[in-house]
Design a protein around this ligand. Structure first.
Ligand SMILES: NC(=O)c1ccc[n+]([C@@H]2O[C@H](COP(=O)([O-])OP(=O)(O)OC[C@H]3O[C@@H](n4cnc5c(N)ncnc54)[C@H](O)[C@@H]3O)[C@@H](O)[C@H]2O)c1
Length: 308
């Protein structure tokens, strides 16, 4: 069944891939993005763009467009920025989400899909991989704002019967990820490698993350259009260290990846991984792209854009 879907952040890394998939499925897709970190070059030609802040007055757009679903990916995503300016982070991530929720109720939107962060909301749990029932203990203002937005969504689901699907991603990587963004270590390494510069490894490089390829995240968003309301971790359950990433790059490139160890970043989470069995059993979702294959695809993308 074709739907009218609003994708906020649809010019960004993850949002733009979701827009592409929804358009391919035949949905009528509208994007709301202020282009603060997004790129208009990522916008699918069949999607309509409103270049607006999620906190602005969106009443007329909602009256006119009559969305059935909101897929909310617009956010302030930089952990460092959230530490330096927690008020700005809260305005975008909490008040912006609340503005959309209010509009969703006023305009009788049936479903709200939200991009949360499994890497941020659980903090540093004792047991890994973290399941959806692991205590929410964010360690940064960004993590707090993601938790707060989740809680508002759940309250609105309870109060108004708004269907909601909250997807807690691990570290997402793939084409279109900006090498500047904090989470994007794989794209940062690729940029360094293509520019013949050494990759910076913070501390001893044994800190781990759960890397999930963007097409797998897109598939979760496709399934979220019809799944039951719930919260799902979206990752692989596997931990890969930064040293492990260097080894994967070396095996792909056929030469030892040049790198140097620099001072550890204080406050950095040491280990992170998400248990994703619930998404498998309840949504029929599972990651299908192996880390090495995803890195090869991302490398090819960055090589291509550097030549164009
Ligand atoms: N990248 C990851 O590894 C990761 C992990 C967990 C969760 N997430 C979540 O996924 C979502 C998308 O992240 P991404 O990596 O694609 O980031 P991104 O920065 O590429 O995309 C965010 C998009 O939102 C837009 N935006 C920002 N503030 C806005 C505002 N006030 N009004 C309108 N548009 C605004 C930006 O211009 C950009 O296009 C975010 O909600 C993020 O918290 C990302």
């Amino acid at each position: 069944m074709n739907m009218k879907i609003l994708v906020t952040g649809g010019c960004g890394f993850i949002g733009s891939h979701i827009v592409d998939a929804y358009v391919t499925e035949g949905h009528d897709v509208v994007v709301l993005d202020d282009l603060s970190t997004g790129d208009i070059g990522n916008l699918n030609s069949q999607a309509k763009l409103y270049e607006k802040d999620i906190n602005s007055d969106l009443e007329d757009i909602f009256s006119q467009e009559k969305f059935e679903v909101i897929n909310h990916h617009a956010a302030q995503i930089n952990v460092r920025t959230s530490v330096d300016d927690p008020l700005f982070d809260a305005k975008v991530n909490i008040l912006g989400t609340l503005n959309l929720l209010n509009l969703a109720i006023r305009h009788k939107i049936s479903r709200f899909i939200y991009a949360s962060s499994g890497g941020a909301v659980y903090g540093e749990p004792d047991d890994l991989p973290a399941g959806e029932n692991t205590a929410l203990s964010p360690l940064s203002p960004y993590g707090v704002s993601k938790v707060a937005a989740e809680k508002y969504i759940l309250a609105f689901t309870h109060l108004y019967n708004l269907e909601s699907v909250i997807l807690r991603y691990s570290n997402v990587f793939g084409p279109r990820q900006i090498a500047k963004s904090e989470a994007g270590v794989i794209s940062i390494f690729i940029e360094r490698i293509l520019n013949n510069k050494p990759c910076d490894v913070y501390g001893d490089g044994r800190q781990t993350r759960d890397y999930v390829f963007v097409s797998d995240v897109v598939e979760a968003n496709r399934l979220a259009l019809s799944s039951d309301s719930s919260v799902f971790n979206i990752g692989t359950g596997m931990e890969t260290s930064v040293n492990g990433l260097i080894d994967i790059f070396s095996s792909i490139l056929g030469i030892r990846t040049e790198h140097r160890h620099v001072d550890a970043r204080p406050g950095e989470v040491l280990r992170s991984a998400l248990d994703c069995h619930k998404a498998h059993s309840e949504m029929g979702w599972q990651p299908v792209v192996a880390l090495k294959d995803g890195i090869i695809k991302t490398l090819e993308y960055f090589k291509e854009i550097s030549q164009s």
